[in-house]
Design a protein around this ligand. Sequence first.
Ligand code: GRF
Length: 212
Amino acid sequence: MSRKHVAILISGRGSNMSALIDAAKDKNYPAEIVVVVSNRPDAGGLDRARDAGIATEVVDHTRYGKDRAAFERALQAVLEKHRVDIVCLAGFMRLLTGDFVNLWQGRMLNIHPALLPAFKGLDTHKRAITAGAKLHGATVHFVVPEMDTGPIIAQGAVAVRSDDTEEALAKRVLDVEHRIYPLALKLVAEGRVRVTDGRCLIDGSPVPQPEP
Ligand code: GRF
């Protein structure tokens, strides 16, 4: 089995990155993490990646000023250097242009800490509590030019408790994130996900089938 080459793009602590790295330690996992790229030189996840023996690269967006295209050219050069097949955004806090996103259409995933299409953007846990949502969770989706949109590959839900705090809810959602991201990447790397009319079909069906 040839394993897909995956780049993980981060900006911060990298707990989802670690979950993907851990999953890919299994030689039977269909993807191999070949590089972790950060747009911030001080991202905590870089040390975690190095400790795990993964190549790291920094493409510091501040060096490109407002020139997003130049930043993305540098990013693309890094991805090509590492012969990347699939890109996983994991707490990557830069908006990407439509041109760049289109280069990776169907090959770039993102994790968002809410049950999309609810609560796009930031502060999702606080907003879920304020809205009185009873269910909250996380979503892995293909990236399209519009932020926090795109075909949904996997979701996981948690109940919102009446006395929840933003921190407590965030922690429970993060546990879900660490489970669904490796699952979603596995499905995509195995070529089992097809997008039809903006929706993901897994093995030709709208919901994932349990493993036989
Ligand atoms: C996660 O909550 C993820 O859903 C969001 O940013 C956060 C990143 O956390 N996109 P980490 O860096 O993976 O720990």
